[in-house]
Design a protein around this ligand. Structure first.
Ligand SMILES: NC(=O)C1=CN([C@@H]2O[C@H](COP(=O)(O)OP(=O)(O)OC[C@H]3O[C@@H](n4cnc5c(N)ncnc54)[C@H](O)[C@@H]3O)[C@@H](O)[C@H]2O)C=CC1
Ligand SMILES: CC(=O)C(C)=O
Length: 260
């Protein structure tokens, strides 16, 4: 078993991609893990992987943009897994569009799923930590696109800047309760989300599928795209005791893409 035996974590968007890797890694670390996703079957499949490897898990179908559903998921997790110590607000979407083409419906959908959800997750986790009488860790998904505006992904970038703002504010407001709040900011991670972005951007420019990946990829100092496990290793650090003196931070895990 792992260093975090007896602790409980909830991971949103845990059914695939980065969230799946985080759920599996936190389980390896010893956490009991609630795998939360809008897609019930992928959440169940990841919970099944955890159980097969000898861990404890729970799959929950939740739309993270709906406050009551997020609060109910945190409560159910605490009751069924026997505590609550870490939330990873990872779920997100990344449709690409030029700014000129963005509608109010596009804007609202992106902000509700990528930002409002993080607010609900932080509120629900902080309330649960206080009810249980201890501190905890809140970990949010931002992006390199939360440090620099990305062409074709303008509103997505705005949501990820907003996640950094919420992370900094929550770190200040929740420190008095022993709660730390940090974010992770990956570059390109090879997941279904990134494949979708490449397809949309290349189609809009009349390029071949894969060209957007080549263009972004050529800027990575370490010479390779990242995989979900590059991110989950960092989230493991944020979820464990070695990050206890860190709060309000949103570091890049981008292979050196941002300083080139
Ligand atoms: N893949 C990449 O290159 C990067 C991703 N990120 C961020 O990392 C996070 C995870 O990304 P990926 O794993 O690549 O995405 P993905 O699209 O592969 O997986 C996202 C998961 O979130 C779930 N989800 C979407 N909307 C939901 C909702 N309303 N309620 C509950 N679950 C919902 C989906 O069903 C899916 O399982 C996102 O916040 C993303 O913005 C950040 C930087 C780079
Ligand atoms: C999707 C995303 O956040 C990227 C490519 O940084």
């Amino acid at each position: 078993m792992g260093k975090m035996d007896g602790k409980v974590a909830l991971v949103t968007g845990g059914g695939q991609g980065i969230g799946r890797a985080i759920a599996l890694r936190l389980s390896q670390d010893g956490f009991a893990v609630a795998v939360v996703d809008l897609n019930e079957s992928t959440a169940q499949s990841v919970a099944g992987e955890i159980a097969k490897a000898g861990g404890h898990s729970l799959a929950l179908k939740v739309d993270v943009s709906v406050r009551d559903q997020v609060f109910a998921a945190v409560q159910e997790t605490a009751e069924k897994l026997g505590g609550f110590d870490v939330i990873v607000n990872n779920a997100g979407i990344a449709p690409s569009k030029l700014l000129d083409d963005v509608t109010l419906a596009d804007f609202d959908k992106l902000f509700h799923i990528n930002v409002t959800s993080v607010l609900w997750g932080m509120q629900a986790a902080a309330a649960q930590f206080r009810e249980l009488g201890h501190g905890g860790k809140i970990i949010n998904a931002s992006s390199q696109a939360g440090h620099v505006g990305n062409a074709n992904l303008g509103i997505y970038s705005a949501t990820k800047f907003a996640v950094r703002a919420l992370t900094q504010t929550a770190a200040q407001e929740y420190a008095q309760y022993g709660i730390t709040v940090n974010a992770y900011c990956p570059g390109i991670v090879q997941t279904p989300m990134w494949s979708g972005i490449d397809k949309e951007i290349t189609a809009s420019k009349g390029e071949a599928i894969g060209d957007a990946t080549k263009e972004f990829g050529s800027k990575i100092a370490l010479g390779r795209l990242s995989i979900p496990e590059d991110v989950s290793a960092f989230v493991s650090f944020l979820a464990g005791p070695d990050s206890d003196y860190m709060t309000g931070q949103s570091p890049l895990i981008d292979g050196g893409m941002m300083f080139l």
